[in-house]
Design a protein around this ligand. Structure first.
Ligand SMILES: [Zn+2]
Ligand SMILES: [Zn+2]
Length: 340
């Protein structure tokens, strides 16, 4: 099969490699769509516990091409997505029911073979069927939805909370929809891209603010005036540390500040311990997902989370360099998907 292979950080090529053969409870998926994510940029640079050589790609969907002889619920031809992560079940954190922190996690596309290839091998327990009307491109957005579901578990919003979110990229747009369904009132979403803000308004009922980097006072003024006491929940969904650093400015007494975007590992922000103390601020992190794929699949399969307009660009494996360049830059692209 054809696969995009990294031999080391920054060193990649599309090569022919042996197609895996499923045995026992394994399922072989013919990958039709695999989403590109900012995490892939971190992996490109050797961060995010990446292990090389590596076939990246952790957001895949396709049809089942072959199954092992102990597979019982999945058949050749099924249209599916799959959780890219398997936890070990016996480490310190697994035994405490904290699967997200598994010390031996098998994360396909990060430290194990992923979906930027014609085929990917998974365990049957990782497989989730797509509804008939859900395309493979939409199926590739179930993994980001699983991360957003985990984000919702972390945030634990109350119905009627006043919510501010910076960033309307793919996972931000999905999180915004879930916050909307939860009853955020208002939900204010700020971004640099009018195209992304249009989707935030349409699918998440958001009141939108265009961020102008050349004039930050303009969006700051709108955000302050909309909720003069600040927001119950202030979210960074950009991964830009400057944005994360600015969140306390918009936090109400008792607010939750949420780091949901992936910031560069070496970045630091300043917080005022007095302000955290006096306003009883809670600083929360939301990382990846564990055991939220079933709920994410239900949300996409039922159309409660709408992802059908998010894919703005598709690329063959050979065009990985172009995809990488686009996902790293700013612009009006939303979701990029590789179609091996
Ligand atoms: Zn991702
Ligand atoms: Zn474990």
């Amino acid at each position: 099969m054809k696969a995009l292979i990294y031999d080391a950080p920054g060193v990649f090529a599309v090569r022919e490699v042996p197609t895996p053969a499923p045995t026992g409870t394994q399922v072989l998926i013919r990958v039709r769509a695999c989403g590109v994510c900012k995490t892939d940029v971190h992996i490109h640079h050797g961060q995010f516990f990446a292990a090389f050589p590596l076939i990246p790609g952790h957001e895949f969907a396709g049809e089942v091409a072959a199954v092992g002889d102990a597979v019982t619920r999945t058949a050749v031809g099924d249209r599916v997505t799959a959780d890219n992560e398997r936890q070990c079940g016996h480490c310190y954190f697994c035994l405490r029911g904290e699967a997200l922190f598994c010390e031996n996690v098998y994360a396909q596309g990060v430290n194990a073979p992923g979906g930027f290839a014609e085929y990917v091998l998974v365990e049957e327990g990782q497989v989730y069927p797509l509804a008939a009307e859900i395309s493979f491109l939409e199926g590739a957005l179930i993994e980001p939805t699983a991360c957003a579901v985990h984000g919702m578990d972390v945030i634990a919003a109350r119905t009627g909370d006043e919510v501010l979110q910076f960033g309307a990229g793919p996972t931000g747009l999905i999180l915004a929809q879930l916050l909307h369904h939860r009853g955020a009132a208002p939900l204010v979403v700020a971004d640099l891209s009018p195209v992304k803000l249009t989707q935030a308004a349409r699918w998440a009922g958001a009141e939108t603010v265009l961020v102008r980097p050349d004039d930050p006072s303009a969006h700051a003024q709108f955000i302050h005036e909309r909720c003069p006491r600040g927001y119950d929940i202030a979210i960074d969904a950009t991964g830009v540390s400057r944005v994360a650093a600015g969140l306390p400015e918009y936090a109400k007494y008792g607010a939750k500040i949420v780091y949901y975007g992936v910031a560069p590992e070496e970045d630091r922000v300043q917080v005022s311990p007095y302000e955290v103390f006096r306003k009883e601020l809670k600083i929360l992190g939301s990382f990846s997902q564990a055991h939220t794929f079933a709920r994410a699949t239900a949300l996409v399969n039922t159309g409660v989370v709408r992802v059908h307009e998010m894919v703005t660009h598709t690329f063959p494996l050979e065009a990985w360099a172009d995809a990488l360049k686009m996902v790293t830059g700013t612009g009006d692209h939303i979701k990029l998907v590789m179609t091996p």
